[in-house]
Design a protein around this ligand. Structure first.
Ligand SMILES: [Mn+2]
Length: 291
């Protein structure tokens, strides 16, 4: 399996995949230029899409079939040499999706692909904040001669709008000065606290409009081993999903990304987790009422 072919998200019938009539747009960005350990995030989108075609399209929890809103899968943005080029090309794509009143889901690719999405928020929304799920704080100002390295993603995000970080358990000491202690929810700390308490605190920090960036290494490697820089002591699938559910119930989530899937062709559970995570978030978004 070379992971070079792309099926539509969910393996949907053509009547549910036209851009014009779809409320949801999947944007595959198979870029992996700056990752530092296990390579393969460029194969993430194809693996995720393939897994998604094997999902049940009925969501039990919300008793819904969100695909009926239409899910268009764009052609992959696969002709970029540098993370700067990814950002330059992704930003106008995201701005158009927002202008067309559709809900974007970017699938990576390494985490640097989120930077173009963040840059599109500025012109498209007032009162926006970013919620990050990640094992790593990604707050280095520069890494390996690039400000767009995947280790610098949240330093770039912070220049655009307020950010809240969840599940973090790996940083370098230089990042400490860039981290806002009140806006970071370390994995080892939240595991000791009643989730209702820390989720309320997260909600109190977020603005009305929220963009979510999900680095899949936020999950414990027991749940999702197929990622470029796995870290022990991560969050469970339910920890992450229930937090996002609370945010969707209380805020206007305007889009999200799922990055850093580095698929292992012999073990597809990680690909499937990523595919299903997207579907469950979409099921919440299009079925739960804002409280
Ligand atoms: Mn990251």
């Amino acid at each position: 399996m070379s992971y070079t072919s792309y099926v539509s998200y969910g393996g949907l019938e053509p009547e549910y995949t036209e851009y014009q009539s779809s409320d949801i747009v999947i944007i595959p960005v198979p870029y992996d230029g700056t990752s530092t350990w296990v390579k393969g995030a460029d194969k993430g989108p194809a693996a995720l899409l393939e897994a998604s075609a094997n999902m049940e399209l009925y969501d039990i929890e919300t008793d819904s079939e969100v695909y009926e809103h239409g899910i268009h899968t764009m052609n992959p943005l696969d002709d970029c040499e540098t993370p700067e080029e990814v950002a330059t090309k992704l930003k106008p794509i995201m701005e158009k999706v927002f202008a067309d009143n559709k809900f974007p889901v970017v699938i990576g690719g390494e985490h640097s692909v989120s930077i173009g999405a963040f840059q599109a928020l500025k012109n498209s929304f007032k009162d926006i904040s970013i919620l990050q799920f990640d094992a790593h704080s990604d707050m280095r100002d520069e890494y390996e001669d690039s400000k767009y390295n995947h280790a610098c993603v949240m330093a770039r995000a912070k220049e655009i709008c307020p950010c809240t970080q969840v599940g973090i358990r790996s940083s370098c000491i230089e990042e400490k000065s860039n981290i806002d202690k009140n806006r970071i929810f370390y994995a080892h700390e939240i595991k000791k606290i009643d989730p209702d308490i820390w989720r309320k605190k997260i909600l109190s920090q977020l603005t009305d409009n929220v963009y979510i960036t999900i680095d899949l290494d936020v999950f414990d490697p027991a749940y999702l081993p197929a990622t470029g820089t796995p870290e022990p002591d991560g969050l469970t699938y339910r920890d992450v999903l229930d937090t996002i559910k609370a945010v969707i119930e209380h805020k206007n989530v305007i889009g999200f990304d799922v990055v850093e899937l580095a698929p292992n062709e012999d073990f597809k559970a990680s690909d499937f987790l990523a595919a299903k995570l997207i579907y469950q978030i979409l099921s919440y978004k299009f079925n739960l009422k804002n409280k």
